[in-house]
Design a protein around this ligand. Sequence first.
Ligand SMILES: [Zn+2]
Length: 397
Amino acid sequence: MRSVIVLDDIRVQEIVRGDGSRSYTVVWPDLAVDQEADSFLRQYEGSGTQRTYAYTLVDHLRWRVREGLVTATISLSDLQRYMGAVGARVPMPFGEPWRVPPKRPYGADALKVAAASLKGFYLYQCVRQGVNPALREALDVRRLPTQPDRDRALLGHVVTSMPANPLTPAGRSLRRHPKMLPDGARPELLNEVNTARDAMVVTWLSDTTLRIGGLTGLHLVDLHLRDNAACGECRSPHAHVCHRGGNPNRAAAKKKPEWQVQDGVVIGGEIYRVSPAMISSYFAYMTTEYTRYATGHGMLLIQLHGPRIGEPWTADAARGMLRRAGRRAGLPGRIKPHQFRHSTMGGLLDASGNDLLVAKEAGNWASMQMVDEVYGHPDQHSPQFVAALNTVWGEEE
Ligand SMILES: [Zn+2]
């Protein structure tokens, strides 16, 4: 069957590779790859950010063509005008309407993504091509840390300046997300918990993005806490979160990537890096309460009281423990496991600059899907990811 393809505009091209993975670039009506977009997007190969940036960029490039602008000549005020044209409130006329129906103006999250991708794109191209120093300087600004930044003392590091983006529309700070832990919660909770197990739970939730189901579903064999574990999937200490339907405490990982045991070694699942503080809290628990009470089921977290002492501990019981510790500590609201996840993510965003930020926004904070693609991915060895994690853990070199 013959099909006629009408191409009248720059567009995003999806490329499906042999292994099923996808990558994204921008092509012109004659199918020529847009070199600027392509070289920029290639930095995000294999991450969800690449697709998000491609779609954001293609809209901007179409606008740029209409306005007769190129990288060498475009100014910060042109970019602000574009942001106005796609929906941001800007203190200037932004010319002809751009996103006309059925296209809708961008919402708050999409505007932030657009701001981050444009900043990234122009900084990258100005440096690469050695052009437009005025724009480069205008975009490459940093701001002093705000009080909320400083309050993130639980991250254990001193923030001296934060990357800023003059294209980001003013609005509610992401760092004030209501689902985050109250400031200073980690040390307060650690003061209030009564067992090594509970201290371990607080530490493990604080230093990772583990869900409570994943944490209470862990078996000892899932923990690879020595360097160069036999699984060969991660050189530094980590845990494999494996979905098991038959756990006696009914705890189950939410995600179900494939996993298996090969020659007694767990391989696959969702891999989470383990911090030095997590390892200390693990040993404190294993050498005391676990040794004393565990009943041979092989699960990590056990009940420490009552008729079923030594049996696996449930996610509900863990939730109750956190809620009560939070109440004793006088922390506002109810402490919920998910808040740790949001707070860790917030710390990673702070520490890593725009990539994860964009991933989070693009994935919609509520769904977290895009974020998982970036930080829940088994390959957690990019220098940027490692640096961000070390900062969050207070392990900065
Ligand atoms: Zn492993």
